[in-house]
Design a protein around this ligand. Structure first.
Ligand code: COA
Length: 698
């Protein structure tokens, strides 16, 4: 019918094939091609039934997210689905891959659904801040009732074909040739004279109206506090499915979708979706020849090293783990064992999988055993001399062309690379703790890093199921530079009159799972103390410095692990209470500096913390440490608990308005000019009417 939908008649069955790589997203051309093909099948007297299928790797994986937020060309998806459903001839959908969102809704428009056993079905729209807009909120409940329908729509998580079959969303599971089976099924329908079976006319899901309504009430209570509108609208629409006539329910769904689509939350979530994928595209990939990484060495069997080893083992890559002595090695292997033990206990993996993964692990105390590995990730103590000594040994034993990655969080990788004979093979892999859980991986490119090494890092990250972001060398790379700015903004407020609890509460209100002082207490105050001490020699004495954290550390109050930090912890408790002595230390510090404390509203606390993050982000862009604003957002979203529905600090600044944020920054300059003065990039963007998002490319 057009480039993206083909039409062919075989034995009285019109076969409509959607072909729009890579994921058959339902863009305008697919929608219009499909509508045209359906009309043609209806009018074609030789056609007695219809089969809708997709070419390539998947049945449509949803609406084309790139069209969201823009005026949508007609026909819209719900028109296409309705036309499929009201066709006078039976329609069969043959589903493989991931039938997500609009793809699933197309299948629901069909009268029968066949699925490859490996197929998956899902309604992930909520993750993009919207709801199913192609009739999903009305059709799914008709088939399965409110509970399973809301599970799909509120979690956004796909289910297996098997589960879909159990629920009644799929009629037949196919193990063999899906297209051939689909054809036979469609032909049989015609031969038996089976009429169309529109989903809109089905009522199995309404069999128990009281249970249906009870489910609605329970879910409504659960989503009441959601920061985005979509979950509440989903519940309303599913309720309407039973209460209203079909067309009225569809109209309600459309209005709800339109309301959500242009909300800030939906814009931010769409941004996050594309930002994650964009971050994986780096200039070094162009023309790169990837190095083989079939075996990995991990040096250092502490928390980070063992977490990293698990990540590699999970990807099926054999790991050689190196520790200095047997005792350290045994502890390390026990840690890995414990991680897998927990996974088995929680039912995430079975015992056989654990055994297979542990079977890929070799422990050793001899650096020489790394002579044949393709890549080593060094995760030893964060101290220049220690890292240099390890690198010198690695330089001696590793084979030519092998990659030397360091898991430093702060240290100068250029300097480290310069100490060995092959700086071109050195790269930073900054994992986040716990490494086997946190998705972020900063890939730090030093001056001499070979582009092939960078490209190999990005390919490996995909294998390791990490979200990689390219960063340049600077103290703290992208994430910890932003974190340091965030903390400094918070510390200034602490000194000027706020309490740790007020600041933490304001940032939790913004959407962070925990506030900055809670994080410090969890991570240990000594890490940032060490950094401050390291930077002390080069610190400009004219710059504003807050010493409150140092005073706590000097007392041995290092956070939860010592029972007190910014908060006080009862023995064994992870919930802190306000510590009057800490407040006293803060008060003393204020008095010493002649500061008379003032109140900070939650809004001001948020504005200052976010302004500081975005300004530091602008500096990272100017310095070339971050390639694009969206990379900074990805780092904060995946490594630092920044709320996804806010999009990250750069997107949040765009949404708030650059003029507003810049003028706030300017209003604080007098308090600490070196910190609050806006980076020149703000003016440059504002002058040209641009946003940070305009620098993202694509
Ligand atoms: N609209 C537009 N583009 C989409 C898309 C969509 N719904 N889904 C995926 N893409 C694009 C990606 O941006 C990527 O483009 P790129 O290669 O230019 O970066 C490409 O398709 C491949 O996607 P990717 O996610 O890298 O592939 P994958 O194999 O890891 O995962 C999916 C495939 C379908 C599971 C995953 O892409 C997905 O979950 N997509 C979103 C589905 C969704 O939310 N649909 C509902 C929309 S309302």
């Amino acid at each position: 019918m057009n480039d993206h939908v083909t039409y062919e008649v075989q034995d009285g069955v019109a076969v409509l094939t959607i072909s729009h790589p890579p994921v058959n997203a339902l863009s305008f051309s697919v929608r219009s091609g499909l509508l045209e093909a359906v009309e043609r099948a209806d009018a074609d007297p030789t056609v007695r039934s219809v089969l809708i299928r997709a070419a390539g790797r998947t049945f449509p994986a949803g609406a084309d997210v790139r069209e969201f937020g823009k005026p949508r060309a007609k026909p819209i998806l719900s028109t296409v689905v309705a036309r499929i459903e009201t066709l006078s001839k039976p329609v069969v959908a043959a589903v493989h891959g991931t039938a997500l969102g609009g793809g699933f809704e197309i299948a629901l428009g069909a009268h029968y659904r066949l699925a490859a056993r490996s197929a998956r079905f899902g309604l992930p729209e909520v993750g993009l801040g919207v709801l199913p807009g192609g009739g999903g909120t009305q059709r799914v409940p008709r088939l399965v009732g409110a509970g399973p329908a809301l599970d799909l729509m509120l979690s956004g998580k796909p289910i297996s074909a098997e589960k879909a079959r159990e629920l009644g969303l799929v009629d037949v599971l196919v193990d063999g040739d899906l297209e051939a089976e689909g054809l036979v099924f469609a032909r049989n329908l015609a031969e038996k004279g089976d009429p169309p079976r529109p989903t809109r006319d089905r009522r199995e899901g309404f069999a128990d109206p009281a249970a249906y309504q009870a489910e609605i009430t329970a879910r409504r209570a659960k989503v009441a506090g959601s920061p985005i509108e979509a979950p509440r609208k989903i519940v309303d629409c599913v309720e309407a499915a039973m209460l209203l006539p079909f067309e009225a329910g569809i109209a309600m769904e459309r209005a709800a979708f339109d309301d959500c689509e242009n909300s800030d939350g939906a814009r931010a979530l769409r941004h996050a979706f594309f930002a994650e994928r964009r971050a994986a595209k780096v200039p070094e990939l162009e023309g790169a020849s990837l190095r083989e990484v079939n075996t990995i060495g991990v040096v250092g069997a502490g928390t980070m090293g063992t977490g990293i080893a698990v990540v590699c083992l999970d990807a099926g890559i054999p790991v050689t783990l190196v520790e200095r002595d047997d005792a350290g090695l045994i502890r390390g292997v026990e840690r890995i064992d414990a991680i897998y033990e927990r996974s088995v206990a929680k039912g995430r993996i079975d015992a056989a999988t654990r055994d297979a993964r542990m079977g890929l692990l070799t422990g050793t105390t001899r650096m020489e055993d790394l002579d044949a590995v393709d890549l080593v990730i060094e995760a030893v103590f964060e101290e220049v001399s220690v890292k240099e000594a390890v690198f010198a040994q690695l330089d001696q034993v590793m084979k030519p062309g092998a990659i030397l990655a360091t898991n430093t969080s702060y240290l100068d990788i250029n300097a480290l690379a310069a100490t060995i004979s092959r700086p071109q093979d050195v790269v930073g892999y900054h994992f986040f703790s716990p490494a086997n859980i946190m998705k972020l991986l900063e890939i730090v490119v030093a001056d001499k890093t070979d582009p092939d090494v960078v490209a190999t890092g990005f390919a490996l990250a995909r294998k390791l199921r990490k979200v990689p972001v390219r960063a340049g060398v600077t103290d703290g790379f992208i994430g910890n530079r932003i974190l340091a700015a965030y903390r400094l903004a918070a510390d200034f407020m602490l000194e000027d009159g706020a309490t740790p609890a007020q600041i933490d509460a304001a940032m939790r209100d913004y959407g962070f799972p925990v506030g900055p002082y809670q994080v410090l207490d969890i991570a240990g105050l000594d890490i940032s103390w060490a950094r401050r001490k390291r930077l002390a020699a080069t610190r400009n004495p004219a710059h504003r410095y807050v010493a409150i954290g140092d005073h706590l550390c000097e007392r041995g109050w290092l956070g939860q692990k010592t029972g007190r930090g910014y908060y006080l912890y009862e023995a064994g408790s992870r919930v802190g209470t306000e510590d009057p002595e800490v407040l006293e230390i803060i008060a003393k510090e204020r008095a010493a500096k002649g500061i008379s404390p003032r109140d900070f509203s939650a809004e001001e606390i948020q504005a200052r913390c976010l302004g500081a993050m975005a300004n530091e982000g602008a500096r990272l862009l100017e310095e070339g440490v971050a390639l694009r604003p969206s990379d900074i957002d990805v780092v904060l979203l995946f490594g630092y608990g920044f709320p996804r529905w806010r999009g990250g600090p750069m997107m949040a600044a765009d949404l708030r308005g650059l003029v507003t944020v810049e003028s706030e920054l300017k209003s604080w300059i007098k308090e600490a000019p070196e910190f609050w003065t806006p980076a020149p990039l703000w003016d440059e963007l504002i002058k040209n009417g641009r946003h940070f998002s305009d620098l993202n490319g694509d």
